[in-house]
Design a protein around this ligand. Structure first.
Ligand code: PMP
Length: 340
């Protein structure tokens, strides 16, 4: 245990936690990288730091400047806390469908929020495109510079995982990692960790866990970008091959429906005390599928990307779950059994 010099130094070096319920059910050792313990509360702190550092190194921005981004929330929170620590303003464009908790957190940590309707990427009013236009405008007027973080196609994002997340997993397992599985938002995590692990062990099995509504499972299994269905998860579910996915291919791909994933989310909360977000649920389901495919005795690592507290009004709200035709676990509706 050492002192971290500040928020920037507190990003990364997260614990790897054994998921006992899933390990017992599969006979594998299933480990979760506890990214919800980063200072901004998610895996995206790592990408945020690498993107800002890259812009600083290139002289595109200096303290006092502005970082602009389109995000489902977590990258924005990461950029805002890194921005506060390094002296930047943060302007965040977010689809209005994202959880209230993430929007409240963004405002709390000082981001300027621009909420836009959720429209597909092809639409010029998509949140990513709006953020790019705002950044271009500010770049011509801000004396200390303004950058578009552009997490989807800025490979400083993937580099964060090649240089930190992947090597940490390797060291924490003593090189005993047989498989890694994760969902894709930008692809930085999956492609970056894959690159780091494959460089150290070429036969490690890398798996994609894709939610319904995403097109990558179809792309990697048939060559066609095709999507069907939808998911209540946030921050994942990609419809195109981003620059962060360029040159990457998973060894295995799974498509996972919400009901399969959410059941595991409630299991790990009820039996292990881990309160996780929806993308982690897809990752847990992917880890179980990979464990069944590889057979007992293997070590499989996945990502616990953020906390369930970020989705209390959705994932952990019986009315919301019922409105999406998802099962409501009994204990979620349990009232106090104690008389005062
Ligand atoms: N889980 C959550 C909760 C996220 O916010 C994100 C990023 N949008 C991801 C997973 C996906 O990570 P990546 O962008 O590295 O693919």
């Amino acid at each position: 245990m050492t002192v971290r010099a500040g928020l920037i130094e507190a990003i990364g070096s997260t614990p790897l936690i054994e998921l006992k319920t899933l390990s017992a059910a599969t006979g594998c050792r299933i480990l979760g990288k506890a990214e919800f313990l980063n200072p901004g509360g998610s895996i995206k702190d790592r990408a945020a730091l690498f993107i800002v550092r890259d812009a600083l190194d290139r002289g595109l921005i200096q303290p006092g400047g502005v970082v602009v981004e389109g995000t489902a929330g977590n990258t924005g929170i990461g950029l805002a806390v890194v921005g506060n620590a390094l002296g930047f303003r943060t302007v965040i464009v977010i689809p209005e469908t994202q959880s209230q908790e993430k929007k409240d957190t963004l405002r709390l940590v000082g981001a300027e929020l621009v909420e836009v309707p959720a429209v597909p990427y092809a639409n010029p009013n998509n949140y990513v495109k709006v953020s790019g236009r705002i950044a271009a405008k500010l770049a011509s007027s801000e004396p200390n510079g303004a950058i578009w973080a552009n997490q989807f196609d800025n490979v400083a994002n993937r580099r964060a995982h090649v240089e930190t997340t992947g090597p940490e997993i390797w060291e924490q397992t003593g090189g005993a990692v047989d498989g890694f599985v994760a969902a894709v938002g930008t692809g930085g995590t999956l492609a970056g960790v894959a690159e780091a692990l494959r460089a150290r062990r070429p036969d490690v099995v890398i798996a994609l866990a894709d939610p319904l509504g995403a097109a990558l499972h179809s792309y990697y299994t048939t060559g066609e970008l095709k999507a069907h269905g939808s998911s209540i998860t946030e921050g994942i579910g990609q419809g195109r091959v981003t620059a962060n996915l360029d040159g990457f291919r998973p060894d295995v791909s799974f498509q996972i429906a919400d009901d399969e994933a959410i059941a595991l989310l409630f299991d790990v909360l009820e039996h292990e005390g881990l309160c996780l977000g929806g993308s982690s649920a897809i990752n847990l389901a992917g880890a179980v599928r990979l464990a069944r495919q590889l057979g007992p005795g293997h070590t499989i690592v996945t990502v616990l990307a953020d906390s369930g507290t970020r989705y209390q009004s959705k994932l952990f709200n019986p009315d919301f779950l019922r409105s999406k035709n998802l099962p409501v676990p009994a204990w979620l509706e349990r009232r106090s059994t104690v008389d005062r």
